[in-house]
Every structure is written in structure tokens, then in C-alpha cells.
Design a binder for this molecule. Structure first.
Ligand code: ZN
Length: 193
């Protein structure tokens, strides 16, 4: 009885665990999110515990930053002659954003249906169209949209092949004889006669 009283009268603080509890994981804010077609390379927390991602999509060397709190994104290098970011520059941009952004985690984009992605690709192709020349439509130009599209490079290439097949007046597919990757070109406007 006396022993029992001793334990029940122990100050509350001694009941605290000796080690810090395991950090909680909230997959719904993007801590473990790996959308299809995207490789997450790094994750940072912003000031409100939203996740800031560094990811690659079209090619492993092209890094993109996207905040899952606000809608901040960055895909282009400010410092180099080429327009994409290496990991070191992307990591710096993500860390810098995370230290200033206070946006709460927003809902992760749900994976759209195929018809929605086909429509989006069609719209993007139209945006490349001009009256002067055929413009190349590169899959890496979609890097910033890959968290929305949530499809693999193979799927996107097949969708562009389908678009080129169905609308040859909009999109042209060029394959090289050496077996290189196919290239897509948005056709220029046809002059009205
Ligand atoms: Zn942000």
C-alpha cells in the first residue's frame, strides 16, 4: 500500500519519456508524396510545416522547386547560361523559400483523369503555335506542370504521339533514323487564302 502511494504521488514530470517522441508524419501534406512521373530529391519544411519539394521529372539533372503551401515554383536558373537548375541551386532556392514562406499546407493535387491531361497537353501545344515557324514542343517544358499532370515521360510521349496522329495540322512528330528520341514540333499557323 505504501509502495503504491509512493508511485501515485510521483510528480507528473517524472512520467515524461526520457527520449523525445518520434516525429509525426503527415503524408497528407506531402512528407511522403511521390506523384507519378516525378522523383522527389529533397524536402524542406516552411515556417508553417508545409513541405517545399525539390524534384526532377523529365531528366535527372533538371531540378524543380515547388512549395506545397503557397504556389511558389522555380525551374529556371538565374545564374547560368542554360535555363535549368542543378541540384545545388535548387536546394538553395528551396531552403531560402522555406525560411520565409508561412503558407499552411494546401491539399495535394489529385491525379487527373486521362482526358484532362490530354486536354492540358493540347492547350499547351496551342500556346506554342505562332504564324512564323514550327516550334519544338519539348517534354521538359512541362517540368513545372508535372505535379499536376502526374504521368510518366513514357505516358506523355505516347499522348503527344496520339495528338500528332490525330491533329497533324497542330503537332508534327519527327523521329531520327539513328533511333534517337522522337521530337515534337507545333506547326505554325497556315495562312488563310
Ligand atoms: Zn511557399
Amino acid at each position: 500500500m505504501a509502495l503504491s502511494n509512493l508511485f501515485t504521488r510521483r510528480p507528473a514530470i517524472s512520467a515524461l519519456p526520457a527520449e523525445a517522441p518520434e516525429p509525426k508524419v503527415w503524408p497528407e501534406i506531402g512528407e511522403t508524396w511521390n506523384p507519378e512521373g516525378v522523383s522527389v530529391v529533397q524536402r524542406y519544411y516552411n515556417q508553417a510545416h508545409a513541405v517545399v519539394l525539390v524534384y526532377t521529372a523529365c531528366a535527372r539533372y533538371r531540378c524543380v522547386v515547388a512549395c506545397l503551401g503557397c504556389h511558389f515554383t522555380k525551374a529556371h536558373s538565374a545564374a547560368r547560361s542554360y535555363d535549368w537548375m542543378e541540384l545545388s541551386e535548387a536546394a538553395e532556392a528551396a531552403n531560402e523559400h522555406a525560411t520565409t514562406c508561412r503558407a499552411l499546407p494546401r491539399d495535394l493535387p489529385t491525379r487527373p483523369g486521362d482526358a484532362t491531361v490530354h486536354k492540358l497537353l493540347h492547350k499547351r501545344a496551342r500556346e506554342y503555335q505562332d504564324g512564323a515557324k514550327d516550334n519544338e514542343f519539348r517534354i521538359d517544358a512541362l517540368d513545372l506542370a508535372r505535379l499536376t499532370i502526374q504521368r510518366t515521360n513514357v505516358w506523355i510521349e505516347a499522348a503527344l504521339r496520339k495528338l500528332a496522329d490525330e491533329q497533324p495540322d497542330l503537332l508534327l512528330l519527327r523521329t531520327s533514323h539513328e533511333g534517337g528520341a522522337p521530337r515534337f514540333f507545333v506547326r505554325h499557323y497556315t495562312p488563310v487564302s
